[in-house]
Design a protein around this ligand. Structure first.
Ligand code: ADP
Length: 848
């Protein structure tokens, strides 16, 4: 490659020129004698030393001073390192004294054949004449080291040359470095006209002009505000050094301006990130275009920076919103798919088996009973599912309210265990509760939610355990920052695979697909339990070994415990002793000696059901179909207790109860409601209700509640599972006029057989009334009586009356008296054949 001087940078030229100037000035100063010469100074010093030695020696040339003179000369040689030797030599060539060791130097030594011939003084050898008594005595010769060591480079150069060379070199290096810094700070933008700069500054877009080395030559105000530095301070800085970052792009390396310098091609819309002066991450859309130089080569790059931070943030928000919407949509679809499956399965069973029974396709009473059990079971499952869904949807909607009231946790535990014990006994597995330590008699928590959590978990534990049993352990976890109540529900059941331990807490998730088939369940229990526990400041977690069992851990916040009095604590024995008396495996039913209950409900069937149940227990029932009628009935019938539906036309249960209380009525009024939601209790209490029962009515709960309030007796009853002789009744041909007795399918039912008896006793009077109404052509009364027979007959298990009664009602409403007579006879024939349960005389005996 051929070297061209003009290819060297201008900085090199400048540095070279400036160092030449300095060297020239130095040389002129030297020439003018302004710069001291080291060699001359050394030479002068040596001459002065030689003269001093000569003068001193002349004073001691006598023989008696010889010793002293020797000492003086030795001392002088020793003190001057550059002085090799001193020799005093008489004029006849005899050496008088010598200090130091002279070095032979052919250039200055006298020739060997004329030792007295004295060569002239040289730089290394100075000779001076010595005089004694006015006559020449001889000479003193001082031999010095050469001024320069010719073995080194420095020895070849005189001190002036050295000075010039050193100055030239160091000046060049210093100027070169100095210029590098200075040039960077020189403002090349000054060459840009002021109006152009002003125009740049007015742009909202950031602008930079870079030189080919990537250094900033110009930065407008918008950009300098972003980086928080004055635009002048940015000049000369490397643009890449400002801390840019770039999203990874396949096949693209370096910043857009580096790419522009590589290939001279503009780059458009490159996204780059930069942290601004306030520490905020900003995103810019960068465009970089080459600025052509004289030879067509890029002489710089013009960079525009469009701040798209807001746009990008909005895009991110939009993307998040879209993802959330998609997830919600997916969740909704999953939920609906699950729900439709969960609801359809029991619905299919209910409708299918109901249809089967309606068509009379069952082969024997056992089949019928099995089908009814399936319908009942599916109905209960649906109800549980709907309750779970309502709970879950409230949690999901963030409307889960938990109360914080003093709650006897151990009592709730015993309650749950008592209810579950029946199930455990049925499966022949044990169900035990252990209190590891003393607990406060009450804690602040939500008893209702706690009961739900425990019922779910203990229910699950029993469901999935075939052998062994379930142990509920209760303990306190004291510690920072909070104290917690721990309830462990440990079973010896099928266990849960490790990879399912998290998923089972999701709604509708079951550990095994086959679980539902085998054990039933909705997959909602754990999801709800965990959410409830979290709302109560705790959690539900699980540990499990497949095949060996699972332990569900429930924790609940207890609040501060230190402030509790010692008598507010119960020992483990006391906690365990609270267990309720067990009711035993058999059914308990209630008997009342007297008692009058007003049943207020707009649904005739509901009233009827409650009436049947209560009358069978020995209570008297009066009915009202809305709140307004109920107010009259309370005044007229003087009931002992009121069962009040909440939602009714004309006047609802709340208003009726409030009015009763305003009138000073202190009767127990129990609400009957299908809406047992959170917050409902408060409403019930405010209205003045004494308590509430949920619909569908749980007969045992209803009787237990009335038993407590009206002084009923518990009596051990018959097995509830006794099969009713239902086929006898259902399959009886109404048209057959023979003497085969017709038996109610509820005849053997422990509780409802009394209702059947009541019906049987009432029936003759009703038939007489019907006949009277028929004779008098009171068609409306006839229709009402037929309506009663249709409903009541079916309800008490005499389904044979249903069809003829329905027909009778239709004919009465249509006014077809001829046909009415015929059907009346048919009904009377049927009535003659019915058998009153438990050996009482046949109704026929009392019939006309
Ligand atoms: P489900 O109504 O199906 O019981 P859960 O949410 O209560 O719904 O439980 C979800 C799943 O977790 C169950 O289907 C079962 O697979 C698993 N599971 C819950 N408790 C236990 C347990 N004690 N032992 C084994 N598996 C359990």
């Amino acid at each position: 490659m051929k070297f061209r001087f003009q290819h060297l940078s201008s900085r090199f030229h400048l540095a070279l020129g400036l160092s030449s100037l300095v060297v020239s000035v130095l040389l002129m100063a030297q020439f003018a004698g302004l710069v001291p010469d080291r060699d001359s100074a050394l030479r002068a010093g040596r001459v002065a030393l030689a003269e001093t030695v000569a003068v001193s020696s002349m004073a001691m040339l006598d023989e008696e001073d010889r010793g002293r003179l020797q000492q003086v000369l030795d001392f002088v040689v020793q003190r001057n390192p550059a002085l090799r030797s001193i020799r005093l030599q008489r004029a006849d060539g005899v050496l008088h004294l010598q200090a130091g060791t002279p070095v032979a130097d052919p250039a200055t030594d006298p020739p060997a054949d004329h030792p007295t011939q004295t060569p002239a003084s040289t730089e290394t050898r100075l000779r001076l004449q010595l005089v004694q008594g006015g006559a020449p005595w001889g000479e003193a010769e001082l031999q010095f080291d050469p001024l320069h060591d010719h073995a080194s480079v420095r020895g070849w150069l005189g001190s002036t040359e050295l000075l010039v060379a050193a100055t030239a070199l160091s000046c060049f290096v210093l100027f070169y470095v100095y210029l590098r810094r200075m040039l960077r700070h020189l403002d090349p933008s000054r060459v840009i006209p002021g109006r152009v700069r002003t125009a740049f500054d007015t742009l909202a877009e950031g602008l930079m002009v870079l030189d080919p080395a990537g250094r900033i030559v110009l930065a407008n105000r918008a950009f300098s505000e972003v980086v928080g530095q004055d635009s002048d301070a940015l000049i000369g800085r490397s643009a890449s050094g400002l801390g840019w970052s770039q999203p990874e792009q396949a096949g693209v390396a370096g910043t857009p301006w580096q790419q522009v310098f590589t290939d001279g091609q503009a780059r458009r819309n490159v996204l780059m990130h930069l942290t601004d002066a306030q520490g905020r991450a900003r995103t810019f859309m960068v465009n970089a275009s080459p600025v052509p130089g004289p030879g067509g080569q890029p002489a710089g790059t013009l960079i525009s920076l469009d701040d798209v931070t807001m746009l990008e943030e909005q895009e991110v928000q939009l993307r998040l919103a879209r993802d959330a919407a998609e997830a919600a949509n997916r969740a909704k679809s999953d939920f609906l798919a699950n729900m439709s499956h969960e609801i359809r399965t029991p619905m299919n069973a209910i409708l299918g088996f109901a249809e089967l029974l309606r068509r009379g396709w069952q082969n024997n009473p056992q089949d019928t009973r099995r089908h009814l059990d399936t319908i009942l079971g599916s109905g209960r499952h649906l109800l549980a599912l709907i309750n779970d869904i309502l709970d879950l949807s409230k949690v999901e909607a963030g409307r889960l309210e938990v109360e914080c009231v003093p709650c006897a946790v151990h009592a709730v535990l015993h309650e749950v265990i008592d209810i579950m014990r029946l199930r455990a006994d049925e499966k022949d597995v044990f169900l035990a509760i252990e209190f590891a330590e003393a607990l406060p008699a009450t804690l602040l928590t939500d008893p209702g939610r706690l009961r739900q959590i425990l019922t779910n978990l203990v229910g699950n534990a029993l469901k999935f355990t075939r052998e062994g049993g379930v142990t509920v352990r209760v303990s306190l976890q004291r510690g920072a920052p909070e104290n917690r109540l721990c309830i462990d529900i440990a079973d010896t059941g099928i266990g849960i695979p490790a990879d399912k331990l998290d998923a089972i807490f999701e709604p509708f998730v079951q550990a095994e697909a086959s679980t539902t088939r085998q054990f039933g369940g909705t997959g909602l229990g754990l999801a709800i339990s965990r959410r409830f526990a979290r709302a109560l400041g705790g959690d539900v977690t699980v540990s499990s070994v497949p095949g060996q069992g699972s332990t569900f851990h429930v924790t609940l916040e207890t609040g501060p415990l230190d402030a509790l009095d010692p008598d507010e604590w119960l020992s483990p024995q006391a906690l365990a002793a609270v267990a309720r008396p067990r009711t035993g495996g058999g059914t308990v039913h209630w008997q009342f000696d007297a008692g009058r209950v007003l049943v207020v409900d707009d649904g005739a069937e509901n009233r009827e059901l409650v009436r049947l149940v209560l009358e069978s227990a020995g209570l008297t029932v009066v009915e009202a179909e809305d709140g307004a009628v109920a107010l009259d009935m309370v005044a007229r019938e003087a009931p002992d207790l009121v069962l009040m539906d909440v939602n009714m036309p004309v006047m609802d249960g709340y208003t009726a109860t409030r009015t009763l209380r305003e009138r000073g009525c202190t009767l127990p009024v129990l609400a009957l409601t299908a809406n047992a939601m959170k917050g409902f209790e408060a409403q019930i209490e405010t209205a003045g209700f004494s308590g509430y029962l949920t619909k569908p009515v749980d007969i045992d709960a209803l009787l237990a509640e009335l038993g407590q309030r009206l002084g009923g007796r518990r009596v051990a009853g018959m097995a509830p599972e006794a099969a009713p002789r239902w086929a006898d009744s259902a399959s009886a041909d109404p048209a057959r006029d023979d003497d085969t007795p017709i038996v109610s399918r509820l005849a053997d039912h422990p509780r409802l057989s009394r209702v059947v008896q009541t019906f049987c006793r009432t029936l003759p009077d009703k038939l007489v009334a019907m006949q009277g109404a028929l004779d008098d052509r009171r068609l409306d009364d006839l229709a009402d009586l037929a309506h009663w027979l249709k409903g009541a007959g079916g309800t008490v298990g005499f389904d044979v009356f249903f069809e003829p009664a329905r027909e009778f009602e239709r004919l009465a409403r249509a006014g077809d008296t001829t046909e009415l007579e015929r059907v009346m006879r048919q009904i009377q024939a049927l009535a003659r054949r019915i058998e009153i349960p438990h050996g009482e005389a046949a109704a026929a005996a009392t019939l006309a």
